[in-house]
Design a protein around this ligand. Structure first.
Ligand code: SF4
Length: 115
């Protein structure tokens, strides 16, 4: 039995997940059951970071993946992010890396920088 804390909402229910059947107990709502089973089958996260930025005003640009990507790919995603250099102007939502690390997720800007 694997013990987890559900991070889907601030309540933070303490879950127990059967490692063979993926049955979940301790959840206060159905989302916890989905989260608990997925954490054992294929855990995913939205990844946030920054990239180098050519700009008059900022040196770094905050970015994130536009969907949750497999935790197993996190280091590949971070390697690709570390190699990117953005150039102002950049708008929120601009795609800086498409299909990052083959995850189908994109790395997008989370700040607009005009110059
Ligand atoms: S199980 Fe439901 S109520 Fe509990 S933390 Fe997860 S989402 Fe929130």
């Amino acid at each position: 039995m694997k013990e987890l804390i559900c991070i889907t909402c601030p309540k933070g229910c303490h879950l127990k997940v059967d490692e063979e059947t993926f049955a979940v107990t301790g959840n206060s709502c159905p989302r916890g059951a989905v989260y608990g089973a997925n954490e054992l089958r294929n855990p995913v996260r939205v990844i946030t970071s920054t990239v180098r930025l050519e700009s008059e005003t900022f040196r770094r640009l905050p970015v994130k993946t536009d969907r949750a990507v497999p935790k197993a790919k996190m280091f590949e995603v971070m390697d690709e992010i570390a190699r990117v250099r953005a150039h102002a102007p950049v708008k929120v939502g601009d795609i800086l890396i498409a299909n990052v690390a083959g995850t189908d997720g994109n790395v997008v800007a989370t700040r607009t920088v005009e110059k």
